[in-house]
Design a protein around this ligand. Structure first.
Ligand code: ADP
Ligand code: MG
Length: 237
């Protein structure tokens, strides 16, 4: 038996699909649906930021991500795009229910990322809802929550639906996103997050983004991350 040469196809198979897009600078170079490309163009996004360039080749291939980059570096698009593409490729439709949950620690941050999702995702047919509590009537929300494909929520409000909404169903979840993951993994959300995680299917893609790298083994075990790609992007000085 001959040892495999260095440039064997075996080596290529293991990382070929994402290394192909590793050097891309523009969104147009990525393997995206026309609907997402049109959404990006309409919002005038052209060049990727560092965290987008580093993470999208992996996240678009379905890999789990633990991404760290400072505030203002464009982390929102880094998870909104793989969410849209995953549901699009799965031909997710109105009857398929909740396919993605995006959690954010505060109502304000959840509202902001919801706007980005609506803007970049405007040519897709998915339904999305902002579940953040406050003054909004939870009872009317309960009637619609099972019809939504993408939930953008705070942990508290999501748990309230899990506890109170009849037939609340996220058994088909494809992607879980934790925005500002370090804050959601913090002690203040521990009980809520554990309760939420215990009700989510383990077979899913999980994307974690925050300003600081969270690498606590315990946290990663809690979230059942599968061979995650650790990405930490810092500006060169
Ligand atoms: P973070 O979540 O890392 O704090 P945001 O996702 O909120 O950052 O993005 C910060 C700002 O950068 C927003 O105004 C957003 O519109 C802008 N932005 C994000 N990605 C790009 C891009 N590829 N090109 C130009 N501007 C971008
Ligand atoms: Mg952000």
């Amino acid at each position: 038996l001959q040892p495999l040469p260095d440039k064997s196809p075996v080596g290529k198979l293991s990382n070929g699909s994402f290394s192909r897009y590793a050097g891309c600078e523009n969104f147009s170079q990525l393997p995206l649906s026309k609907k997402t490309k049109d959404g990006l163009a309409a919002a005038k996004y052209k060049n990727m930021t560092d965290i987008q360039r580093a993470s999208l080749p992996h996240s678009l291939c379905g890999r789990d991500i633990l991404g760290a980059a400072k505030t203002g570096s464009g982390k929102t698009l880094a998870f909104v795009m793989p969410v849209l593409e995953k549901l699009y490729r799965a031909r997710w439709g109105p009857e398929d229910g909740v396919g993605c949950i995006i959690m954010s620690p505060t109502r304000e941050l959840a509202s902001q990322l919801f706007e980005v999702l609506k803007s970049v995702g405007k040519f897709h047919g998915f339904s999305a809802g902002l579940l953040i509590g406050g003054r909004k009537d939870v009872d009317s929300e309960k009637e619609h929550v099972n019809d939504l494909n993408i939930l953008v929520c705070t942990p508290g409000r999501l748990l309230q639906h899990m506890d109170e909404t009849p037939n609340f169903d996220c058994s088909q979840l494809q992607v879980l996103v934790l925005d500002e993951a370090d804050r959601i993994l913090d002690v203040g959300f521990k009980k809520a997050l554990n309760a939420i995680i215990s009700q989510l299917p383990k077979h899913r893609q999980t994307l974690l983004f925050s300003a600081t790298q969270t690498k606590s083994v315990q946290d990663l075990a809690r979230l059942s991350l599968k061979d995650p790609e650790y990405l930490s992007v810092h500006e060169e000085s």
